[in-house]
Ligand binder design. Structure first.
Ligand code: ADP
Ligand code: ADP
Length: 232
């Protein structure tokens, strides 16, 4: 479902260039929950943002589903990006919009009808357990509730893939578990492939099928969670 082929990414140029990703190849199968773990600065965010081309790799190709994203024009890419949802550590909600309007945002961009949007937003509120909170503003919600809004917004256009950028790092342990179990339900019930990055081992242990360990812009180990973390 996701394939990165020999991607490298430099920030800046000349003698000040920083190489954030060094020739990484990675495949994530349809329906998998794949985790990338590593310390701060290892290149995890850059890797994740290369998957939807929020960041363009300096070299190499990115494939999602049947499409080579790195071969598309910006305009074609905009359409393909709707098939890739993303959630963030700090939620990135619009503070001046209600929960309903935050979730409706990608549907409006997609030019769906008012009736369709209204129906879909209610369905998404229910999916993430926020039926009672649709008219609130982000500031009135707990961290876990804000991430639920982030998840609903990311799923609005029925993506095939959900990218999670340190999605539980701002949450306490109990809330982290409830968000992880929601992600697991979404993976199982909707068949959405999940690629997540984290610096927390418990996130990997709780929900990932496979894991890659990143260090200095490279994948230094990769395999099933059991193989990577339980063998000596
Ligand atoms: P994280 O480790 O959670 O990704 P960072 O603090 O490393 O958070 O990065 C936060 C933001 O700052 C990101 O958007 C990243 O692209 C940007 N950033 C990180 N390092 C640099 C840098 N050396 N120069 C410019 N921007 C940077
Ligand atoms: P992680 O997510 O594992 O913390 P990042 O992908 O944020 O790692 O960063 C990898 C490397 O790239 C770090 O050295 C960071 O400082 C650098 N970096 C990240 N974003 C930028 C940016 N926008 N400009 C310059 N350097 C960056």
């Amino acid at each position: 479902m996701i394939e990165l082929r020999n991607i490298s990414k430099y920030y800046g140029s000349g003698q000040h260039a920083v190489q954030a990703i060094r020739n990484i190849s990675l495949q994530v199968g349809q329906g998998e929950i794949f985790g990338v773990i590593g310390h701060s600065g290892a290149g995890k965010s850059t890797l994740l943002r290369c998957v939807n081309l929020l960041e363009r790799p300096t070299s190499g190709s990115v494939h999602v589903g049947e499409t080579e994203l790195t071969a598309l024009t910006e305009r074609q890419l905009q359409k393909q990006r709707r098939k890739i949802g993303i959630i963030f550590q700090h939620f990135n909600l619009l503070s001046t919009a209600t929960v309903r309007d935050n979730i409706a945002f990608p549907l409006k961009l997609d030019k769906q009808s008012k009736a369709e949007i209204r129906w879909r937003v209610e369905e998404l509120l229910q999916l993430v357990g926020l039926q009672e909170h649709g008219d609130k503003y982000p500031a009135q919600l707990s961290g876990g509730q804000k991430q639920r809004v982030g998840i609903a917004r990311a799923l609005a256009n029925n993506p095939d893939v959900l990218l999670c950028d340190e999605a539980t790092s701002a949450l306490d342990p109990q809330t982290t578990q409830s968000i992880l179990s929601l992600l697991q339900d979404i993976n199982e019930e909707l068949g959405i492939t999940i690629l997540l990055i984290t610096h927390e081992m418990n996130v990997i242990r709780s929900i990932c099928d496979r894991v890659a360990v990143m260090e200095g812009g490279e994948i230094v180990e990769e395999g099933s969670v059991l193989d990577v973390f339980l063998t000596p």
